[in-house]
Design a protein around this ligand. Sequence first.
Ligand SMILES: [Zn+2]
Length: 69
Amino acid sequence: MSAPEVPQRIVRCPGCGGDSVYVTSNLYRPFCSARCKNSDFGAWASEGYRVASGPTPEESDEGSAPLPH
Ligand SMILES: [Zn+2]
């Protein structure tokens, strides 16, 4: 009975802040589950999309002055 001890790194899940086992078997590391990974990626993607959008076009109301009547 000499099972080799596999060191497990417990990291903090960026999604829920819970414990996540940082091992190769954990496909969602450093996240604890697919849900956390997807939610975090979604937030990141949406934020990046917002930044990608260019600035609003200039609103020039003073360009057309009302003619004196
Ligand atoms: Zn999590």
